[in-house]
Write a protein that binds this ligand. Sequence first.
Ligand SMILES: [Zn+2]
Ligand SMILES: [Zn+2]
Length: 341
Amino acid sequence: MRVPERMTAMVCEAPGLPLARRELDVPRPAAGEVLLRVLACGVCRTDLHLVDGELPDPKLPVVPGHEIVATVAAAGPDVAGLAVGQLVGVPWLGWTCGACRYCRGGRENLCQRALFTGYTRDGGYAEFAVADTRFCFPLPGGLDPVHAAPLLCAGLIGYRSYRVAGEGVERLGIYGFGAAAHILCQIASREGKRVFAFTRAGDEAGQAFARRLGAAWAGASTQPPPEPLDAAIIFAPVGALVPLALRAVAPGGTVVCGGIHMSEIPAFPYSILWQERTLRSVANLTRADGEALLERAAALGVRTEVQTFPLAAANEALAALRSGALQGAAVLEVARRGARP
Ligand SMILES: [Zn+2]
Ligand SMILES: [Zn+2]
């Protein structure tokens, strides 16, 4: 394809400021990288944490966005396995060292030298992006970019959280019913789990949304579930949910914090951790998580619910996410397939 010299990008220049619309040079792919023409990019709560200055040491200025669905526009030197025109997905994990004990031990999500898309590398709030070929997931050509985008972080982190919650889970609590939860609720309920969805008190629409996507029960997070849970996943960045979730899980149960940032966790009595309850976080993803999630979502017929925004309205998309008014996921629709750049 013809690659233009310049592109539009929405740029985080400093925390606390709205994203700035900028015309930038189209980046050049280095060895092992591809240039991607972005079709869609999901808007994740992590992007809000980035613009709010809640994440340490971002690359600045940085193009946010780490749920990229794109076609390969050009390949840098030494690229094998991806062809120009191919549809790919790019997740949060953008590069790892490949040599440390985490990388060698199947835990590349914990690589201390890792680079992250839309945080320490430029991401997908732009017409073009470059990505390391090894961190691109080939996607089936027939996939709809807008609906696929939320799988690449919300879906993936949700799925990793679900897997670390444990094998034998039958009753799964989910706190915060946003993009990640709306995907995981479909997966877990279709796998025969009973999902208990917790939302903000009074969020009737969110609770109805959860029930429609397969939740067996939905209620306020301040409320105890009708029966003890085997595990609970907290997606909302609210530390006060941790003791509530610990109280909701049965002895031996696990509480997983799925977000990258959380407000302070209030002190709680040891008795709610006692009886071998586990409290843990989930950080980032491995490529194996991504492959597993994409396979599982396709096999179970997961359908994301999205609200789309044009690239130039990225600030409005972030505001919609912040307000809690979204159902499902916000996605920037950057280009249509087949349309000329
Ligand atoms: Zn490493
Ligand atoms: Zn994310």
